[in-house]
Design a protein around this ligand. Sequence first.
Ligand code: C2E
Ligand code: MG
Ligand code: MG
Length: 348
Amino acid sequence: MQPGETAARISGDRFVCFLLDADEERIEALFSAIRNITEENLILHFSAGVYVIKDYDENINLMVDKASVAAQTIKGVLNQHVVYYSKKFDDMTAHNEELKRDLKLAIKNDEFVAFYQPKVDINSGKLVGAEALIRWNSSALGFVNPADFIPLAEYLGLINPIGEYVMRNAALRCKYWNDMGHPEYHVNVNLSVVQLLQNDIVKKVAKVLEETRIIPQNLTLEVTESLAINDMVRMKKILSEIRNLGVRVALDDFGTGYSSLNHIREMPLDVIKIDRCFIEHLGEDDFSNAFVRMVSELANAINVRVCVEGVETKRQRDIVKKMGIRMIQGFFYGKPMKIEEFEKKYLI
Ligand code: C2E
Ligand code: MG
Ligand code: MG
């Protein structure tokens, strides 16, 4: 970089650079240098947005947001790493800004609720527990799904208060179910990467255990693999400490994203959740069948339990059952529902 230029990490895995007089050639050279880092065992995935500043009075956060909006459009696209902001993204930026304002207010106004989706023992058909899934009950937008606001909440640094609310709420409910004659019910809570990598995450989990008095073994925290590739050593340490509290750890959405069979071997795990994209085509496509069977066998061999997500039909249920899998979750047994409905159905 040249004097007067700045590079900074703003949150999670997001970085911003301010460059002076950067022409396309220089930008191309910069990113191809990153692309061409060829250390052993290192694969670098990134998406970059470039916003050319013309109005020097523009709000600096808005400039960063525009670059970020552009970058988001190529996230996950393997062969494209850089995109320039253009007028066609203006609508997305406006929508983003609106959502940001609403989301900040939502925290203030307590607009988040946890829904609960049943998890069922395939042999008995009985409930074994539930996964807490957050919804944003927005006065302006109605019920908003997590996919539409969690990435933004992470970006804005708002995921931690939201996540803690879900964990505490779920632990309290589970303690109540256990006290009401169902000591076997347990509860699952999703943790985002950003939450998991907080310095005091283990303390926060311990505090929830203490305050809610849930039996630690009845709380399972679900993490995804996308984070596992970044800092395996740190991640293993945090997960081990969480497990030392008695809390269980599940690997969510297995088979998607940056999956590696090695993660199963290396990560301290209790449960693997096979992603629903493999269940969708069970019985239709050989790969899905083989994949589910293989993961299930592998898990058995290392004493890790398997839960299958997204079972929608009896046929899928029967196939999964034949494979010897015991825990399933999916619309076939129940959609995520409000706590009142859940407890009416399962607290008898
Ligand atoms: P996930 O943890 O893999 O949750 C499963 C998702 O699949 C849920 O979507 C659920 O409604 C949906 N689902 C379950 N069974 C079926 C089925 O049979 N068919 C179909 N088509 N879908 C099914 P949802 O609730 O929209 O959540 C999406 C993702 O958002 C979750 O994926 C999780 O990664 C994230 N998420 C949800 N709640 C939280 C939270 O409190 N904190 C964090 N950090 N992430 C959360
Ligand atoms: Mg989950
Ligand atoms: Mg999942």
